[in-house]
Design a protein around this ligand. Structure first.
Ligand code: ZN
Length: 155
C-alpha cells in the first residue's frame, strides 16, 4: 500500500520517534496507510461510518465523565465507567491535538462483553479512521466496538 510523505512521517514518529513508547502500531508490520485502508473497508462492510461509531463512543464517554470514576448503568443494559489520569497525550497525526487521559469502559450487561477506549482513541477514530495496529495496547476492533455498542453490524 502506497502512502504519501505526510503519513510516512506520522508512521515514523509512531514506530521509532518520540511517540514510539505509546505503541500505537503494536506489532503490526503493515504500513500505516495499509492499516487505515483495511479498517476503512471493515467499517464499510459493517455499513457504518467512523463518525457514527465515534459519535456512539462519545455519547458513552460524556455520560461516564459526568459521573467520573463511578460505574453507571446506561440505557438499562450498559455499565459505563470513565476514569481520568493526570496529564494529556498528543495525537500522533501531528496537528497539535492533545487528548486528556480519560479511559471509558463500556460493558454490555446482557453479554458481559466489554470495550475500553481512551479519549485519544475516540479522536483518532473520528478524525483519522485509526484504530491502532494489531498488538497495540489500545487497539480497537471495529466489529467488536460496533457490536458491543449496539450499532447493528451486518452479520
Ligand atoms: Zn488527530
Amino acid at each position: 500500500m502506497k502512502q504519501g510523505p505526510d503519513l510516512m512521517r506520522v508512521e515514523e514518529n509512531m514506530r521509532t520517534g518520540p511517540l514510539a513508547s505509546h505503541g500505537f502500531m503494536g506489532t503490526d508490520t503493515r504500513s500505516l496507510a495499509g492499516i487505515l485502508y483495511a479498517d476503512r473497508l471493515r467499517l464499510e462492510r459493517l455499513g457504518i461510518t467512523k463518525e457514527e461509531l465515534a459519535g456512539r463512543m462519545r455519547h458513552f464517554t460524556e455520560l461516564g465523565k459526568a459521573q467520573l470514576g463511578q460505574a453507571i448503568v446506561v440505557e438499562g443494559k450498559y455499565r459505563v465507567e470513565t476514569v481520568e489520569h493526570k496529564g494529556s497525550i498528543v495525537c500522533p497525526f501531528a496537528h497539535n491535538y492533545q487528548a486528556s487521559k480519560c479511559n471509558t469502559r463500556v460493558t454490555c450487561l446482557q453479554t458481559g462483553r466489554s470495550v475500553l477506549w481512551s479519549d485519544l482513541n475516540l479522536h483518532m477514530i473520528e478524525e483519522h479512521g485509526f484504530f491502532e495496529g494489531y498488538g497495540a495496547r489500545f487497539r480497537l476492533d471495529p466489529e467488536e466496538l460496533a457490536d458491543v455498542l449496539g450499532l447493528n453490524p451486518v452479520r
